[in-house]
Design a protein around this ligand. Structure first.
Ligand code: BES
Ligand code: ZN
Ligand code: ZN
Length: 445
């Protein structure tokens, strides 16, 4: 430091060998930036960057030293999360055998600090997030809607959740015309996955419903997408994967609130039986929809899932969906777009997002926008005009959430990282698993 080589800039790294008095052969110093700006979110990045640097040189086991000034649950938990998230690689289908991954991460706490619970929670949450990332990264030929259902069943078996899978016949009985319309263009049958977590002792009468968009591939359907970049549309089930990840964590953390996940899963394809622009479908609530654009399929499947979630007794709803390109125009890749029909619910989710370090920004949702969805032939159209596309998509969903306090998270810009960061691999991010877990944990009447 005296020589000016180490300034302590954020994520600046200096690798030392054979430090006198230290038994480890290497010590990695990582810059943390200005002390007053160093918070758990920075700690998460720091740990991730350290892990990625060390595993790139073949290190298998590391110890993270937490200084006395950061010996709190928030910092320690974030460090563990960062380390585990940084270790994730989307390389499942690479056959080379020089794949790098850590075997162990230890946390070294200052004398007297009891960080065990925070460390354990961090591990559970980050592993759940990596589980979601793994699902999102699966290509559509290897993760069809039926296989997502199988994954949900396996998850339920492993962690003690209840799982129910509604098939096409059941959806027909329930008159889920919007969901079925999207599914009809694909050879792959649709499913609606229901995963239930019941606490041993509920502290509140609230029943939180988590609804996730599970489009295993979005070709656009008859309103087909341009081929450039279409391969990325395997990530159109990131909302659904996040719900599975959140349920996996909640089953282990066991907060005192009832939580049920609903994941409508379909493949949006332009097959011979595909729905056409101009088709009119009726959602489970009875509302009719003119399908102007078959590429606006997420809102159609979510409409039926939201209605079903309410019928199942959910008192509060959060959905997450890679819903619109327009949210990327509005917020770039840095913030999740948040829409709400209820101020208290909005504040709950914003607070959970802030605590989890998943940046989230509130968007407007005024009734005046409903005009944009007018249809001459049905109750509403599935797309608005050219402008405010993320808002009109949210307004569409609001018609099906009705009076139930509800938050919609548009994660189209944040569920996938196009370029790797020092602390995170390229590809699926697993957003908003941490926000959802925290929301359930922090729930108060
Ligand atoms: N899955 C897409 C949204 C999307 C776009 C996700 C880019 C991730 C990255 C969604 O189903 C879609 O196609 N939306 C259309 C809506 C339009 C037809 C009103 C869009 O955003 O272009
Ligand atoms: Zn689409
Ligand atoms: Zn889509």
């Amino acid at each position: 430091m005296d020589a000016g080589e180490i300034a302590g800039k954020p994520l600046e790294m200096t690798l030392l060998h054979h430090v006198p008095g230290v038994s480890s052969p290497r010590v990695l110093l990582v810059g943390a930036g200005k002390p007053e700006k160093f918070d758990p979110a920075e700690m998460r990045k720091l740990a991730g960057a350290a892990v990625r640097r060390l595993k790139s040189i073949g290190v298998k086991s590391i110890a993270l030293e937490i200084g006395p000034e950061h010996a709190s649950g928030d910092f320690a938990g974030a460090a563990v999360e960062g380390a585990i998230l940084g270790d994730f690689e989307p390389d499942r289908y690479k056959t080379s055998d020089d794949k790098k991954s850590l075997d162990s991460v230890a946390v070294v706490a200052p004398e007297g600090a009891d960080l065990d619970d925070a460390v354990e929670r961090g591990r559970i949450v980050a592993e759940a997030q990596n589980y979601a990332r793994g699902l999102v990264n699966e290509p559509a030929n290897r993760l069809t809607p039926s296989l997502v259902a199988e994954a949900a069943r396996a998850l339920a078996g492993e962690y003690g959740l209840e799982c129910e899978v509604l098939d096409r016949t059941r959806m027909e009985e329930l008159q889920m015309g919007a969901l079925l319309g999207v599914a009809q263009g694909s050879a792959e049958p649709p499913v609606l996955i229901v995963l239930r977590y019941r606490p041993s002792q509920a502290a509140s009468s609230a029943h939180l419903g988590l609804v996730g968009k599970g489009v295993t591939f979005d070709s656009g359907g008859i309103s087909i997408k341009p081929s450039e970049g279409m391969e990325k549309m395997k990530y159109d089930m990131a909302g659904g994967a996040a719900m599975l990840g959140a349920m996996r964590a909640l089953a282990q953390i066991r907060p005192a609130i009832t939580v049920t996940a609903f994941i409508p899963c379909v493949e949006n394809m332009p097959g011979g039986r595909a729905q056409r622009p101009g088709d009119i479908v009726a959602a489970m609530s009875g509302k009719t929809i003119e399908v102007i654009n078959t590429d606006a399929e997420g809102r159609l499947i979510l409409a039926d899932a939201l209605v079903y979630a309410r019928k199942q007794g959910c008192t509060h709803l959060v959905d997450a969906a890679t819903l619109t390109g327009a949210i990327v125009v509005a917020l770039g890749h840095l913030n999740v777009g948040l829409f709400a029909n209820d101020d208290a619910m909005r504040d709950r989710v914003l607070q959970a997002a802030r605590g989890s370090g998943e940046r989230t920004w509130p968007m407007p949702l005024e009734d005046d926008y409903k005009e944009y969805l007018k249809s001459a032939f049905a109750d509403l159209a599935n797309v608005g005009g050219r402008w405010g596309g993320a808002i009109t998509a949210a307004i569409f969903l609001k018609e099906f959430a009705e009076e139930t306090p509800w938050v919609h998270l548009d994660i189209a810009g944040t569920a996938w990282l196009d370029e790797s960061k020092p602390y995170l691999a390229k590809g699926p991010t697993g957003i908003p698993v941490r926000t959802l877990v925290r929301l359930a944990e922090e729930w108060k009447e």
